[in-house]
Design a protein around this ligand. Sequence first.
Ligand code: NAD
Ligand code: PRE
Length: 366
Amino acid sequence: MKQTVLIAGLGLIGGSLAINIQQNTNHHVIGYDVSKKTLEFSLMNGIIDEASNDFESAIVQADFCILAAPVSKAVELVERIKDITFEKPIIITDVSSVKSSIMEAARLIDSEYVTFIGGHPMAGSHKKGIHAAKGHLFENAIYVLSPLASCSTDKMEALKMLLSGTKCKFLQLNPKEHDEMTSVISHFPHLIASSLVHQAKTWQQTHAYIPKLAAGGFRDITRIASSNPAMWQDIFFQNSKKMQKLLEDWIEEMQALKNLLETNDKVSMYHYLEQAKEYRDGLDTKKKGAIPAFYDLYVDIADQPGALLKVIELLANKEISINNIEILEIREGITGVLRLSFQSKRDQAAGYEILTKQGYETMIEE
Ligand SMILES: NC(=O)c1ccc[n+]([C@@H]2O[C@H](COP(=O)([O-])OP(=O)(O)OC[C@H]3O[C@@H](n4cnc5c(N)ncnc54)[C@H](O)[C@@H]3O)[C@@H](O)[C@H]2O)c1
Ligand SMILES: O=C(O)C(=O)C[C@]1(C(=O)O)C=C[C@@H](O)C=C1
């Protein structure tokens, strides 16, 4: 008999997991969401098999439940779970970007039938809602699992099996270490990205041309400032202590950099930049997750009608298939950078040769 999965919160993450589970497993998927439109869309597009607007009655039918609402709302759902009487085993997990608060609440669920395993796929995007959901969102990403001490290996394996179609890599962490690490590499960078945008906005009052000059660098570092404000506000306050500590450290570091400029200490500034470059270059970009790890080729193309088509045609004529195309930046009237992703190193090398021969400026990131 088919097992049932309830997904509570069908936005970017819940919707992507629902699509993935539909594509890769044989479960009956029930969706629950406070948005009626989201439920209707999900049902109409086969993302879920059944829509529910009654969390309590849906969860008691399920063998698995994935809480994919905003963090504070997922914590509220755990509070509601505490009052539910279960009559069969269920594995409940979540996808929250902060783990301590939800795990503290989950620890107090008092039912022999419930196994709670905290979860967090380290992949996403600056988009939100069911319309942005896609089944391959988690490919190659790290998927953090935080089981409670009482969780058996069998239950962990059952959850991993349900999520195996995501093609992510599971990593077990406790909530404290998870929240510390994500504050450094996810939460705090969001705050900084937003602050850089504010700085540019303020300077625009002096220099109206600022938005036109904002090229690749500014766009790269501030992409995430276009994320969902409600979600990030929630994350910052759920991980408030760690954010405050990082802000203190950051202010201190900025002060030290200011001192280097004031004292004309070029050597120290060079080392600072050099060490950052070394560390950044050492990050394994092929494994980073949100963007599938294909073999990428960067091509500079002119911002002219048909320019993209021409590149695709050249590769298609040699039967080289492209897995993904992304226009990273079009500088109006000048050139655009295209990221072509291939499935194999061989295709990547062949693409490089063909396009270079045709006079395109191409680059493979090492
Ligand atoms: N966006 C990312 O990059 C990302 C990545 C990993 C994890 N997460 C985490 O995933 C969770 C969801 O984020 P998202 O990006 O999918 O957000 P989203 O805004 O795209 O979707 C959230 C969904 O939850 C629904 N919802 C709100 N309150 C609810 C409630 N009380 N009960 C049921 N549904 C409710 C909303 O209607 C919406 O459909 C958050 O906890 C977030 O921290 C996000
Ligand atoms: O790619 C993005 O836009 C993201 O912000 C994804 C991202 C991150 O890397 O910080 C955001 C929140 C998560 O909890 C996990 C992943």
